[in-house]
Design a protein around this ligand. Sequence first.
Ligand code: FES
Length: 299
Amino acid sequence: MFAGKTRKSLQVLVFFVYNMKITRKDILTKEAGPRITRIEILSPDIARKARPGQFIALMVNEKGERIPLTIVDATQTTITLIFQEAGLSTRLLGKLNVGDSLYSLVGPLGHATEIKNYGSVILVGGGVGIAEIYPVAKALKKAGNHVTTILGARTKELLILEKKLASVSDELHITTDDGSYGKKGFVTDVLKELLTHTPKTLGTYGPTALVYAVGPIPMMKRVAMVTKDSNVKTIVSLNAIMIDATGMCGCCRVSVDGKVKFSCIDGPEFDGHLVDWTELEKRTKVYTQQEKHICNLSK
Ligand code: FES
């Protein structure tokens, strides 16, 4: 079953391997616990080809697993990646410093986001998913859309890229679970309000035509439930569970509209109203347990 998909994916994907050196590294969070880290990697070929919504897969060392990460930004020669050091592989990645090289890097992978003038769009980012909505927000703004962005984090210290998202948004809303910054509550509280009371400031842009959400699976599921009630097209990005990122391992399997899809080659973006969220949540929990087990073994 995977052979046909693999052939097709290999035809459309362009793989580049370069010297993969880290040229910049910043820690974006101040709180103790899994930190969120930004790195810039020298990779001119990927940088030139990258489109919003696409990702790379990297390996820190020969025996390490592949880590899929969204390309957050690109210059002529470098790509920017942002990740939370939550598991064994991302912790190893976080230990690399400027001047170190990755073991391997392939990309750009996945289908790019459909960027066009929708009129009015809402982008929702939760946790480290905030990094993944930045390139899409930037491109949608450039395409002439009225961009409203909602960012959610557990607490103020975990909120990232506020200024960058503000620079590409017409409106920016922030929520924190504990109320330490912005509005206390969840991104879906603000989303509900915005969808039921379209602000007058939208003017000729019209009602919201698209909601784009990236974040933890329960968050994206809730976003899709809210937008279904309002009948607003909703795109979610599902790149969290991947291993080979070439359509061979089956790990990123997701049911969409009753059909089996693979996030790495059919996605990572899907219609949020057609995703089987119950199945996806169950699968994610299995991998969470495995990741905990591996982390404990490595201590
Ligand atoms: Fe392996 Fe998609 S099939 S990550």
